[in-house]
Design a protein around this ligand. Sequence first.
Ligand SMILES: Cc1cc2nc3c(=O)[nH]c(=O)nc-3n(C[C@H](O)[C@H](O)[C@H](O)COP(=O)(O)OP(=O)(O)OC[C@H]3O[C@@H](n4cnc5c(N)ncnc54)[C@H](O)[C@@H]3O)c2cc1C
Length: 424
Amino acid sequence: MTSIPLKSHYTAVVVGGGQAGLSASYYLGRAGIDHVVFEKKTAAHKWKTERWDAFCLVTPNYQCLLPDHPYDGADPHGFMVKDEIVAYLDRFIDKVKAPIVEQTEVRLVERKGGGFRVETSAGTVTADSVILATSLYADPFIPRAGARLPETILQVHTADYRNPQSLPDGAVMVVGSGQSGCQIAEDLHLAGRKVHLVTGNAPRCARFYRGRDVVDWLTEIGQYEITIADDGMEKKKHDTNHYLTGRDGGRDIDLRQFALEGMALYGRMETVSGGRMIFRPNLRQNLDEADRVYNGINALIDRHIAAKGIEAPPPSVYQPVWEPQTETGELDLAAAGITSVIWATGFTPDWSFAALPIFDGTGYPVQRRGVTGLPGIYVLGLPWLWTWGSGRFLGVAKDAEYVIDHLAGFVADRADVPRRATAC
Ligand SMILES: Cc1cc2nc3c(=O)[nH]c(=O)nc-3n(C[C@H](O)[C@H](O)[C@H](O)COP(=O)(O)OP(=O)(O)OC[C@H]3O[C@@H](n4cnc5c(N)ncnc54)[C@H](O)[C@@H]3O)c2cc1C
């Protein structure tokens, strides 16, 4: 645990010591702005404690662009595994030398006078400005139906899943087919476990197409420069990520292929009742929709290749290798030999410490590129805060630089106020 003596007042307080909070600290330090980072556990701990053993990046290494800390390893087009990601972050932590106070939870941020009062588990400070960098992935979300599962079944959220050996013998039900659910289903499937997978509406994307990683094509096309302020983009901020993997050098995740190999697939989970899981009859629709997005992204790349006259291997359209013959309405979990359920149902944010008038009716902070309507309050690290990369290694640095530039102007203006008053 880092221990630095707390001052009574800071120009800036950063809440959260993940990659977003540390990026903010980097630019605050560079601007010479006195600040402190409060982290309720340890710096960047999520990458160390909430990822499974076989975890690897889905985004290519060259998209790791933390401030002054681009990926500089030997495999820019590869996908770092968990230990490599942790080492990359540890080097960043060493470089930033943030004034971070670990194991210290911020319990309340409220307006006080012209600034803010920040109550923490280590004491209370005041601040001219506060940056909220606690992400949308604060708490694992488990549907209430989980409480109705038989007690004999082990329940694990993806944040706590480690490896197939850590689960009891027997079949495994994975609920959720987003990036984590699909990758964990694959992890178990490759280990020879019988996997049942409840699908949702997550789209999918090819790993490689026409000779290159799809991310390379999308970079060239300019997809990662599109901002939330561009036409029709506002709804993007709640979109589910595409499923694909960086495992073993990267490949597609094709649930239809898994089904051919013995994985059991279902439509969306409705509820749990009497030891049975009940499903919506929409497996076919979920698979079709994921493939539609997959083929749509490839078609975008086709148009780019044609428009630019690029030489590339020929185009192709994904043809389903398996179709569901029926929609399973319910499953008796014990009869199917299921001994564990993995909840790949995402996370919920926790802004309960922020007693600030910045949230919309859904609890989402209203802001433009991290600058809220409440002077002195900023947000960082959310998906689509500004671009697709905002909640990732790709875009957090640019957003942090923008936010700290704004904050520097704000505190300079505040410092000017008494001087002007005196002059009058
Ligand atoms: C399974 C998974 C896979 C991902 N894969 C990729 C990928 O391939 N490529 C990529 O670029 N990105 C990926 N991401 C997305 C992203 O890079 C991470 O979510 C990243 O951890 C977000 O960083 P952050 O700093 O915004 O938030 P976090 O890492 O969540 O950090 C927030 C910090 O705030 C602290 N905190 C919360 N509340 C308080 C409080 N009240 N007081 C003090 N501290 C508090 C928390 O302890 C935490 O350390 C993935 C995310 C997940 C979940």
